[in-house]
Ligand binder design. Structure first.
Ligand code: XMP
Length: 511
């Protein structure tokens, strides 16, 4: 059984960060809602349990774990609200603090313990709390304090329950990584065998035994997730994996060609390349409404995929590159973002319609782990480090009608944006860098002649997870170079503007 640490999510914005910290120490972890049943916890049989922070107050009495969890004799680490809820349930006192603490705060260790082993007596931690533990439960002792918080950390040695008021998972806490290390290795006695190599070995074994001789179909998009997913499955079942690459004609320059080169020639995979550009463009003719564009593209994709899959013969499984953040979001007690701002294009609905069983071999991984995995599997860096690209492709970056001519213009601009960002060494640090073709023309002057041509907007953003984003503060010289190049070299463009909107309130894509 895989050594696992369980993270119980009390609604913290840092839950995923905690998971990352644990995995950085080579220990596998999973995130479940705070109210996960005792039965389920016993099934997982974790080496340790971490309670995250959260926005609730214990005296509201709602957000609590099942109290028997404390009798399991599994080491527990409570963080922020996680500490308060431990204190509250086990008989301590939690109240609104006289003075809350937010941001960098000096902390002093009052009792030396395994949790703070190797740390100095005083360090800086990052706090964010309005409530405090005023009195620890009987079985606990205080082990650290700050200027305003008497109980900044506590422990019940008997039951192996540890708790800190601060956030060791954020980089602003000095020695945060050491604290996790101590919890995992000194307290939980983990063996730390979670590495990419072990993941690959285990996954291949699982896929082989799960798939047997069945045929698996996968929609390859050229993006990181579906590509890594394909290569991993291919390693396990070889020619029984059938990848379908539906070229919707809305891709970036040479993208289809490159996918064929990499997957067919290099990895020698069963790749079915469907040149469906004309079909998509016909359906998109005259369509300007963004949601309608998305719907048309999504539906047409499903149709193409189904038609192609039928030709393969009896297929039992559909493989998808679902990642762990999606899994956490869909099973979290706190849910994901509530309002649907844009209909994301994916193969949703396909498994039921085609009566296929789903296989999602990346569903335990974070994005950067998927990238590491891709590298280990020998994927070209250019694919592993690719910036996200929306399913509906350039169609949502062409405001107004999508046609061959406008696609041609945008492709040429897009290519230059990417090349320049790479040349400047910025590509990997940017979340996305692309151009949007606007539905207006403006007057310009070139070689003493009047021009009346298109405007493109550059959308270049930094972000951690696409939930929020900011426009990149690029050097003026770089912007100037790019603008000159685009206007001089791309026929049909005589003006370049820079989008300086953050998300929210804007979104990253324009449609
Ligand atoms: P927005 O525009 O909503 O985009 O700020 C957030 C992130 O999602 C990407 N995006 C998509 N990805 N299918 C995808 O797979 C889609 O339909 C889609 N629409 C937007 C977008 O590029 C950004 O990274």
């Amino acid at each position: 059984m895989q050594e696992t640490v369980l993270i119980l999510d009390f609604g913290s914005q840092y839950t995923q960060l905690i998971a990352r910290r644990v995995r950085e120490h080579k220990v596998f972890c999973c995130v479940l809602p705070y109210n996960t049943s005792l039965q389920k916890i016993k099934e997982i049989s974790p080496k340790g349990i971490i309670f995250t922070g959260g926005p609730a107050s214990t005296y509201e009495g709602k957000i609590k774990p099942c109290p028997e969890i404390f009798n399991l004799r599994i080491p527990i680490l409570g963080i922020c609200y996680g500490m308060q809820v431990i204190a509250d349930i086990l008989g301590g006192k939690v109240r609104k603090a006289k003075a809350g603490e937010y941001g960098n705060t000096g902390i002093s260790v009052s009792t030396k313990t395994e949790l703070f082993r190797g740390l100095p007596g005083d360090f800086v931690c990052w706090m964010s709390h309005g409530d405090s533990v005023l009195m620890v439960p009987d079985s606990f002792v205080k082990i650290a304090f700050t200027k305003n918080t008497d109980v900044a950390a506590m422990v019940d040695r008997e039951r192996n329950i540890w708790a800190v008021q601060f956030h060791p998972e954020v980089v602003h806490t000095q020695y945060g990584k050491n604290i996790f290390y101590n919890f995992l290795y000194e307290i939980c006695r983990c063996a730390g065998k979670w590495t990419m190599e072990s993941f690959i070995k285990q996954s291949i074994k699982n896929i082989k035994s799960q798939m047997g001789n069945s045929k698996v179909v996968l929609g390859l998009s050229g993006g990181v997730d579906s590509s890594v997913c394909a290569i991993l499955i291919h390693k396990a079942i070889g020619k029984n994996l059938f990848c379908i690459f539906a070229d919707n004609g809305l891709l970036r320059k040479d993208e289809g060609k490159r996918v064929k080169e990499v997957f067919k020639r290099h990895f020698k995979m069963n790749l079915r390349y469907v040149d469906a550009g004309k079909r998509f463009l016909k359906k998109l003719k005259g369509v300007t409404d963004p949601e309608l564009k998305r719907k048309i593209i999504g539906n047409e994709f499903v149709r193409v995929f189904e038609e192609e899959a039928k030709k393969i013969g009896k297929v039992e499984f559909l493989a998808q590159g679902t990642l762990y953040p999606d899994v956490i979001e869909s099973c979290s007690a706190f849910g994901g973002p509530s309002a649907r701002i844009k209909t994301h294009h994916n193969v949703g609905g396909l498994p039921e319609k085609m009566k296929l069983k789903l296989i999602e071999p990346l569903k335990d991984l974070f994005k950067d782990e998927v990238r590491q995995l891709g590298m280990k599997l020998g994927m070209p860096e250019e694919i592993v480090c690719r910036q996200p690209f929306p399913g509906p492709g350039l169609a949502v970056r062409i405001i107004g009608e999508v046609n061959k001519e406008r696609l041609g213009v945008l492709r040429e601009v897009d290519r230059r944006v990417i090349i320049e960002m790479k040349k400047a060494g910025l590509y990997r640090n940017l979340w996305q860098s692309f151009a949007v073709l606007l539905p207006i023309k403006t007057v310009g002057v070139m070689g003493d002649k009047r021009t009346y041509e298109n405007v493109v907007a550059l959308r270049i953003v930094t972000s951690e997870d696409a939930m929020t984003a900011d426009w990149a503060r690029l050097p003026y010289d770089l912007l100037a170079r790019l603008s000159n190049q685009i206007i001089n070299e791309v026929k049909g463009v005589n003006r370049v503007v820079y989008d300086i909107s953050s998300k929210p309130p804007s979104t990253i894509e324009w449609e």
